[in-house]
Design a protein around this ligand. Structure first.
Ligand code: ADP
Ligand code: MG
Ligand code: ZN
Length: 502
């Protein structure tokens, strides 16, 4: 198969995503009072409503509706004053009542958009000139959101000894209804995405937004956030869409990117050989790096959708909508801009900090503990040292940043100290002092070391004089050794150059 870059020169990829997010931060299910938890014993959290017993009547979870309206406001959607629930019929044991309660043509929130900032190598995936690019190749892609609707999750099935997801292949299947009835919101984009990288960025931005709202733990790993990728190709310059395939339940950012990349290249090969792309559902196999057919597409009519007679239409009041609006806090983009404006952080660093609420919180706590001038160093520590070390407190970050800001330790030493204090209550400053790691910034003392080193490194001095300025690195190393690592290398460098040039 051809490579993605080559394919995208001749073909335009058209991608739309359907993203399911479980509202895991709620306490109870969508239409009953059962506890929301997937960790309990199987079938511990069930009742006549979520088991679909005849005569049981659903009671909508107001908090869930608040969450979806917040999600809509945060993604620039219009809040629909009136919407209702529908029944979507199908037979499968993961939904005992034989229909899923979901929404019809009108969802709680509709017609929004998220703007993606595409930079670096990711931006190069899009070769066309249909979008305006900055000098460095970066661009902003506005992605329209068709709707976000409310539905409920199904039970979890465990097929023993059989093919995953295929009851016929299993000798026996276990059903855990704890997940059945979990409030689920489904966001559907317009087919506005054009590259696997844009799709990945969209998911990432959505995850950050929902995390900031606190409506879900958004774990792709545990399945509380998952997406279907729809993809078709058309020749560059053509306006009509091609036939799409759909890849179901992609559970990581990397899989999303790789599955789309594979599928784009596969479709291009089929089309270039004169074949046709069938509208079908495909499954991404990460280990084999390919997609395989799951089933041909069922039509919407099979579901016999109709308004649920047990659930009256919703008329959202101004008061309710305003309450939801007031609960949408600062979103990642605004947070990023505030970090840049307040502390002059690099935009990419600020975005990284602002994206993850737990990271942003720790950064801001640490920033509050240091002087304003040291905040960029706090950001540096958070972006370049802390990732991978979860058990480090804001106070420890602040202390490390303070040491770095006053040149008391090098970056390499900071990494060492971070590993030492991780998971303890120890103060990095104390650790540095106890271990004699603090670097001297005493110019007179360091100059004595410099003179001693220059005195015995005649050949290097001569090389420098002959124009080999790089030899300073070697001399700094000698000074560090002579001072047993207690001298500040930056200062050594400065003093060496001063002497050599003087
Ligand atoms: P379906 O009825 O097959 O579910 P929808 O029209 O509901 O299809 O769209 C589902 C998703 O597929 C949406 O995200 C939409 O943007 C996307 N989509 C629709 N048509 C195409 C296409 N030709 N190529 C790629 N994606 C598409
Ligand atoms: Mg669909
Ligand atoms: Zn229940």
């Amino acid at each position: 198969m051809k490579k993605l870059a080559e394919v995208l020169r001749d073909w335009e990829a058209v991608i739309g995503l359907e993203v399911h997010t479980e509202l895991t931060t709620l306490e109870t299910k969508m239409f009953c009072g059962c506890k929301l938890s997937h960790d309990d014993e199987p079938n511990a959290n069930v009742c006549p409503i979520c088991l679909g017993m005849p005569g049981a009547l659903p009671v909508p979870n107001e908090k869930a509706i608040e969450s979806i309206v917040m999600a809509g406001i945060a993604t620039n959607c219009e809040v629909m004053r009136r919407s209702m629930f529908y029944r979507k019929h199908y037979f499968y044991p993961d939904m005992a009542k034989n229909f899923q309660t979901t929404q019809g043509p009108v969802a709680f929130v509709m017609h929004g958009h998220l703007d993606l900032e595409v930079t670096g190598t990711g931006a190069a995936e899009r070769p066309d000139n249909t979008i305006e690019k900055a000098d460095d190749g970066s661009y902003v892609a506005p992605i329209r959101i068709l709707r976000i609707h409310m539905e409920e999750d199904a039970a979890k099935m465990n097929h023993l000894g059989g093919a995953e997801g295929r009851i016929g292949g299993a000798s026996e299947s276990l059903i855990d209804y704890n997940r059945c009835g979990t409030p689920l919101i489904e966001l559907v984009t317009e087919p506005d995405l054009r590259t696997p990288e844009e799709a990945r960025l969209f998911m990432e931005k959505l995850r950050q937004t929902f995390l900031a709202l606190g409506i879900s733990d958004c774990s792709m790993e545990n399945g509380s956030m998952r997406c279907d990728g729809n993809i078709s190709l058309r020749r560059r310059g053509e306006t009509a869409f091609g036939t799409k395939t759909e890849m179901k339940n992609i559970n990581s950012f990397k899989s999303l990117h790789d599955a789309l990349e594979y599928e784009i290249c596969r479709q291009a090969e089929v089309l270039e050989e004169g074949g046709i792309v069938y509208q079908e559902t495909r499954h991404w196999e990460p280990s084999r790096r390919r997609t395989v057919v799951m089933r041909v597409k069922e039509t919407a009519d099979d579901y016999r959708m109709y308004p649920d007679p047990d659930l009256a239409p919703f008329d959202l009041t101004d008061e309710f909508i305003e309450r939801c609006r007031s609960r949408v806090g600062e979103l990642p983009d605004a947070k990023r801009d505030r970090y840049v404006e307040t502390w002059g952080l690099k935009r990419a660093d600020a975005a990284q900090l602002a994206g993850e609420p737990s990271v942003a919180k720790r950064f801001e706590e640490a920033a509050a503990l240091v002087g304003e001038k040291a905040v960029p160093t706090v950001a540096n520590v958070m972006v370049n040292l802390v990732p991978g070390h979860d058990d480090v407190s804001a106070a420890q970050v602040a202390s490390l940043a303070g040491l770095l800001a006053e040149d008391a330790i090098t970056f390499a030493q900071a990494r060492e100290v971070l590993e030492l204090v991780e998971g303890t209550d120890d103060d990095p400053e104390k650790v540095v002092d106890e271990r004699g790691m603090r670097q001297s910034n005493d110019t007179d003392a360091l100059m004595a070391v410099v003179d001693e080193v220059l005195g015995r490194c005649e050949s290097q001095v001569q090389q420098y004089q002959e124009g080999n300025k790089k030899v300073v690195g070697f001399l700094v190393g000698q000074c560090m050794k002579a001072s047993k690592g207690t001298g500040n290398p930056k200062l050594f460098n400065q003093l060496l150059v001063e002497r050599l040039e003087g």
